[in-house]
Design a binder for this molecule. Structure first.
Ligand code: UT7
Length: 325
């Protein structure tokens, strides 16, 4: 089995910001409520004619540049998303076309906010087994097209963006261990009810706003704190490490209160917690991808130090992985 490491990282955030003040004009909310309850100050919004694959393409190009690779050198592309351009074909195939990565095979992963970690772990298997060499993994979301702008309990939370990384046989930023989990019993807590085979699109589904994201925020909140801390602990144990060995925890950026509670549960001080929720809100699968890229750009970690990525989301799904920088 070969070592698998990250040889390039990239991100893309659409330039336009939607601030809490802007939201005050759209729904019955306040800047103060949003900051106190979530820690979010603004989120990015992609224009109407920009799709998930466009965000993914920009992030992928910057990761390829960072890895000094050409698109043709990719053997596999995995996109983690819940906001694919269309039901099918997969966003990864659309990304392949836009990149000109003609030698890659492509598929998407649907694990909501945990999608990027599921995709990293999947890519690791293909590389360590020797099946593929250079693999592009992208977390990309255009969530602002899926939120109900009449529902103040959800529309203030989400934003658009994409993060990408190139994995290859390498000891550099090596994926050391992982832990993945799911619980379909919680599948009703966070979902888009219609548009699939259960409730195909109809006049009724549109009228009843069933194509928008729905969340039982309170329930999700409680589970998130518990299972994110557990997942991070599991991955750390599997790496043969302890919490005190971790330089930086990079969690899915859903809510500042959740992240502070996870860090507290793990006994980590705030300086060992990566946060960007204030700038971007919750970008589902793109959150951990963008956060990983920013931790890299900001030189938050030195060679030989350990990082833990951890996420939780719809499904329910959760998971973590340890990376040795
Ligand atoms: O990415 C996957 C994982 N997702 C998450 O982890 C999200 C988890 N959940 C959360 O982050 C939080 O539950 C929310 C931020 C969604 C909500 O925060 P909360 O502290 O759990 O608030 P709540 O739902 O208990 O609502 C408290 C009050 C309610 O009013 P009443 O019933 O007490 O009168 C809501 O109607 O706040 C009200 N409220 C709002 N008020 C102003 C809900 N949304 C808003 C809003 N502005 N935007």
């Amino acid at each position: 089995m070969r070592d698998v490491g990250i040889i390039g990282l990239g991100k893309y955030l659409p330039p336009k910001s939607l601030t809490n003040k802007d939201l005050e004009k759209m729904v019955d909310t306040t800047d103060e409520w949003i900051i106190t309850r979530t820690g979010i100050k603004e989120r990015r919004i992609a224009p109407k004619d920009v799709a998930c694959s466009d965000l993914a393409t920009e992030a992928a190009r910057s990761a390829l540049k960072d890895a000094n690779l050409k698109p043709e050198e990719l053997g596999l592309i995995i996109v983690a998303t819940i906001t694919s351009d269309m039901q099918f074909p997969s966003t990864s195939c659309l990304l392949q076309k836009k990149l000109g990565a003609k030698n890659a095979c492509c598929f998407d992963i649907s694990a909501a906010c945990t999608g990027f970690i599921y995709a990293l772990v999947t890519a690791k298997q293909f590389i360590s087994s020797g099946a593929y060499k250079n693999v592009l993994v992208v977390g990309a979301e255009k969530l602002t097209g899926m939120v109900d702008w009449k529902d103040r309990s959800t529309c203030v939370l989400f934003g658009d963006g994409a993060g990408a990384c190139i994995l290859a046989p390498s000891g550099q930023r090596k994926l050391v261990s992982e832990y993945l989990a799911s619980d379909g019993e919680g599948s009703d807590l966070l979902k888009v009810p219609a548009g699939g085979s259960l409730l195909p699109t109809s006049f009724e589904t549109v009228k009843n706003r069933l194509h928008f994201l729905q969340m039982q925020g309170n329930e999700v909140f409680k589970i998130a704190v518990k299972v994110m801390a557990e997942a991070a602990d599991m991955a750390i144990k599997r790496a043969g490490l302890e919490c005190r060995d971790i330089k930086l925890l990079i969690p899915h950026q859903a809510n500042l209160r959740i992240l502070m509670a996870v860090a507290k549960k793990m006994g980590l001080s705030e300086d060992r917690l990566f946060l960007n929720v204030e700038k971007y809100g919750n970008m589902s699968a793109a959150s951990t991808a963008v956060a990983l890229c920013e931790a890299y750009e900001e030189n938050r970690v030195k060679q030989g130090e350990y990082v833990v990525l951890v996420a939780f989301g719809s499904g329910l799904t959760w998971g973590a992985c340890v990376i040795k920088w």
